[in-house]
Design a binder for this molecule. Structure first.
Ligand SMILES: Cc1cc2nc3c(=O)[nH]c(=O)nc-3n(C[C@H](O)[C@H](O)[C@H](O)COP(=O)(O)OP(=O)(O)OC[C@H]3O[C@@H](n4cnc5c(N)ncnc54)[C@H](O)[C@@H]3O)c2cc1C
Length: 333
């Protein structure tokens, strides 16, 4: 069994930001992620087309930086080559990962012990520590014994991990998150629309022309567009089949562009927990309990003029600052 000061659940932007910050302070950190790679909702996808492939950002397509602290971080990521500016929309710079959106989390994960393909199933109190159980081949297995656990998973997944009698359970119990359908269409021809269209109608939340993002190679000279459906539209169609969603969103896209779409390849994905809403907001930007369970993530922040990636970063840094107070140090004495 592994022993560490802190176990971080989730290798998205918030989990890796706090893991990296605490690691730099000299804490023994272990990060576990159920997926095969880092990124979470900042992930990208490759889809084969013939003997080549197209690539696209499956979750967050681009993000902004509004607060001085995040602008500073964004500038450091730009210098490290993990992101770059893409478009200017509504007088704001929008940033994208280079060559894909998970480049930031890859950069952070490189310097940390991250265990991928490892799903945490249960947390159990053992004296003054937490026993962390993970999914094994046939059963759950006790994987680590740690002082503190930081959960960076979306609210409903976080709720499921908390012990049934845990104090934070009632706080998270009523936090909901909106779903979002996303489709990718690889077209033979480029369309005569802007590289980034935000809320063109009630159905579509955004359209991004992936070829226009810096350092993206697309196979077979195809033109790759990603459409994110609006949260309202997606929530009303949670249980639709992927084929039906592809048809409805492609039609909405054709109607918006008023151009013929020659689709060579497509892809459809439903994010069950895509975006937070006002019932998750927490003044501090994180949740904590004296027994060593702490929670961070975008959905805890989004009323402070930030959202998405910046909110996730803010939440992780606010929790880092809190945990850097003498509390953890006292424990290790
Ligand atoms: C379709 C879509 C469009 C978006 N558009 C934008 C945008 O335009 N601009 C913007 O700023 N933001 C946008 N966002 C939001 C942005 O992607 C998120 O705010 C941000 O990535 C959240 O990061 P996080 O680390 O808090 O959570 P996540 O990225 O969700 O990370 C949580 C991680 O925890 C892992 N995990 C969960 N449960 C377990 C478990 N039991 N064991 C181990 N690991 C576990 C998950 O696999 C995941 O990797 C968008 C998101 C989506 C889905």
């Amino acid at each position: 069994m592994i022993a560490a000061d802190v176990l971080v659940i989730g290798a998205g932007i918030s989990g890796l930001t706090i893991a990296s910050a605490l690691h730099k302070q000299g804490k023994t950190i272990l990060c576990v992620e159920k997926a095969r790679g880092s990124g979470g909702r900042l992930s990208s996808k490759r889809q084969p087309v013939g003997d080549d492939y197209v690539q696209f950002d499956l979750g967050c397509t681009a993000f902004t930086a509004r607060t001085p602290k995040f602008k500073q971080q964004v500038s450091a990521w730009c210098d490290a080559g993990a992101i770059t500016t893409w478009v200017n929309h509504n007088d704001e710079h929008w940033y994208v990962g280079t060559p894909r959106s998970s480049s930031i989390t890859r950069l952070l994960a490189n310097e940390l012990p991250v265990q991928f393909s490892t799903r945490v199933t249960r947390l159990e109190r053992h004296h003054s520590q937490w026993a962390v159980y993970i999914e094994g081949h046939n059963s759950q297995q006790c994987y680590a014994l740690v002082d503190d656990v930081i959960i960076s998973a979306p609210a409903p997944q976080c709720y499921a991990l908390l012990p049934s009698d845990h104090a934070l359970k009632s706080r998270l119990g009523y936090v909901t998150m909106g779903a979002q359908w996303v489709i990718m269409l690889a077209l033979k021809d480029a369309l005569n629309i802007n590289d980034f269209c935000v809320s063109p109608n009630d159905v579509i939340a955004s359209i991004s022309y992936e070829n226009s993002k810096p350092n993206r190679q697309q196979g077979n000279d195809l033109h790759v567009y990603c459409l994110q459906a609006s949260v309202d539209w997606s929530n009303a169609r949670m249980d639709y089949s992927k084929d039906k969603i592809l048809m409805e969103l492609t039609n909405a896209f054709a109607e918006f562009t008023q151009q013929a779409l020659y689709v060579e390849q497509d892809y459809c994905h439903r994010w069950l927990y895509a975006q937070g809403n006002e019932n998750g907001y927490e003044a501090a930007g994180f949740l904590t309990s004296t027994d060593g369970i702490h929670i961070c993530g975008d959905y805890l922040v989004e009323d402070l003029g930030m959202h998405g990636v910046e909110a996730a970063y803010f939440s992780a840094m606010a929790l880092t600052d809190y945990l850097s107070l003498p509390v953890l140090k006292q424990k290790s004495v």
